[in-house]
Design a protein around this ligand. Structure first.
Ligand SMILES: Cc1cc2nc3c(=O)[nH]c(=O)nc-3n(C[C@H](O)[C@H](O)[C@H](O)COP(=O)(O)O)c2cc1C
Length: 144
C-alpha cells in the first residue's frame, strides 16, 4: 500500500493557561486515536502554548480526508501545509497519534534540529518538523 506523509503547523487556540486546556488536548487525542486506527493513520502531534505541529501518515485518501476535518477545527487556525509526499515507510508505526507537549523550559531539546531558542514551527520546514517529532516520540518509546 502506498503511504503518504503530511506535515502541517497551525496557531493553537487552546490557551495553556485555560483550565480546560488538558480536557481540550485529551479530547483531540482521544478522537484522533479512534479515527486514526480506523483509517490506518499513524503520526504525532506536538503542542506548545502557541502552536500545533502534526505529522499524519497513511493512505492518501484517508490522510486527505483527515486533514480536511482538521483544517475546519476551530481549536486552531492558520493551518499551513508544509508537505505531502509518498514515503517508503512510516516513521510512527506504533503511534495512532503520539503526543509531545512542550513547555518553554524544554528549549534544550531543540538542539537536535539546530534551534537555539523556543519552538517556533513557522521557522521550520516539513522535514525538520518530521525529524523533531520522530526524535521526541522515540525518546518517549525508549523511556517505557
Ligand atoms: C491540532 C489538531 C489535531 C487533530 N488531529 C486529528 C487526527 O489526527 N485525526 C482525527 O481524526 N482528528 C483529528 N483532529 C480532530 C478533527 O479536527 C475533528 O474534530 C475530528 O476528526 C472529527 O471526527 P468525527 O467526524 O469522527 O467526530 C485534530 C484536531 C486538532 C485541533
Amino acid at each position: 500500500m502506498n503511504i503518504y506523509r503530511l506535515v502541517y503547523y497551525s496557531r493553537n487556540h487552546v490557551s495553556s493557561d485555560d483550565a480546560s486546556y488538558e480536557t481540550a488536548v485529551d479530547d483531540i487525542l482521544a478522537k484522533s486515536r479512534v479515527n486514526n486506527v480506523r483509517d490506518n493513520i499513524t503520526g504525532a502531534l506536538l503542542f506548545n502554548s502557541g502552536c500545533f505541529a502534526q505529522v499524519l501518515e497513511g493512505p492518501l485518501d484517508k490522510v486527505e480526508a483527515t486533514f480536511e476535518r482538521i483544517q475546519q477545527d476551530e481549536r486552531h487556525s492558520d493551518v499551513s501545509l508544509l508537505g505531502l509526499d509518498p514515503v517508503s515507510q512510516r516513521s510512527f508505526p506504533n503511534w495512532a497519534m503520539g503526543f509531545v507537549g512542550l513547555s518553554d523550559a524544554d528549549a534544550g531539546r531543540f538542539a537536535a534540529v539546530g534551534l537555539s531558542s523556543g519552538f517556533d514551527p513557522s521557522r521550520l520546514n516539513g522535514e525538520q518538523i518530521h525529524i523533531l517529532l520522530r526524535d521526541l516520540t522515540m525518546e518517549e518509546e525508549n523511556s517505557f
